[in-house]
Ligand binder design. Structure first.
Ligand SMILES: Nc1ncnc2c1ncn2[C@@H]1O[C@H](COP(=O)(O)OP(=O)(O)OP(=O)(O)O)[C@@H](O)[C@H]1O
Ligand SMILES: O=C(O)C1=C[C@@H](O)[C@@H](O)[C@H](O)C1
Ligand SMILES: [Mg+2]
Length: 174
């Protein structure tokens, strides 16, 4: 069974925090973007270039559904809430869904120079800000908890999540 699901905009730290939680809990990490890359046999940039965003979203829904049969910490991709079917899955699960919330300014600082996220290149700073505004209520609509990350390190964010989901890291001593 999945322990926890991380959602949030690009650059909020879902992959990074997922790694910390997986290490602390000694559980596997499942990263949906990595699952998509493995399933397609190419990078996200290449999937967008070859098949477009719609095809990418179909793959994303497939790997999300498959992830519910797995065990561990699930880091989603930033656009997982675009699909109503995905939102319904996230809204109806009993697994805690944590929204990592980060203001656009901090996200831009983190993603400056990033070359692996096609939407960062396509949309630029103002387009990304609009996308952030449009998606914010969608993340809220699927989340059981919200953690702000702007002024927190990934380790601090992980500690906060562990407190929220009621598990002490010492129970899982490394
Ligand atoms: N709390 C944090 N403070 C500072 N930098 C961070 C924090 N969390 C993540 N980062 C940095 O931000 C960048 C993006 O992080 P990460 O890849 O984990 O984001 P993501 O939410 O998984 O994005 P995506 O939706 O594209 O998968 C990385 O360089 C990472 O080191
Ligand atoms: O926010 C998004 O739409 C995306 C986020 C990334 O995690 C990747 O899934 C991809 O770059 C698209
Ligand atoms: Mg990620």
């Amino acid at each position: 069974m999945l322990d926890v699901i991380l959602v949030g905009f690009m650059g909020t730290g879902k992959t990074t925090v997922g790694e910390v939680l997986a290490a602390n809990f000694k559980r596997p990490q499942i990263d949906l973007d990595d699952e998509i890359i493995a399933s397609a046999g190419k990078s996200i940039k290449q999937i967008f270039a070859d098949a477009g965003e719609t095809a990418f979203r179909q793959l994303e829904t497939q790997v999300l559904q498959q992830a519910f049969a797995k065990s561990g910490i699930l880091s989603t991709g930033g656009g997982v809430v675009e699909s109503a079917a995905n939102r319904q899955l996230l809204q109806t699960t009993t697994i805690p869904v944590i929204y990592l919330q980060t203001e656009p300014a901090a996200i831009f600082t983190r993603l400056k120079g990033d070359d692996g996220r096609p939407l960062v290149q396509q949309l630029g700073e103002s387009g990304l800000r609009e996308l952030w505004q449009r998606r914010a209520p969608l993340y809220q609509s699927v989340a059981t908890h919200t953690v702000t990350t702007d002024a927190r390190t990934p380790e601090e964010v992980s500690q906060q999540i562990q407190q929220l989901i009621g598990q002490e890291v010492s129970h899982y001593a490394i």
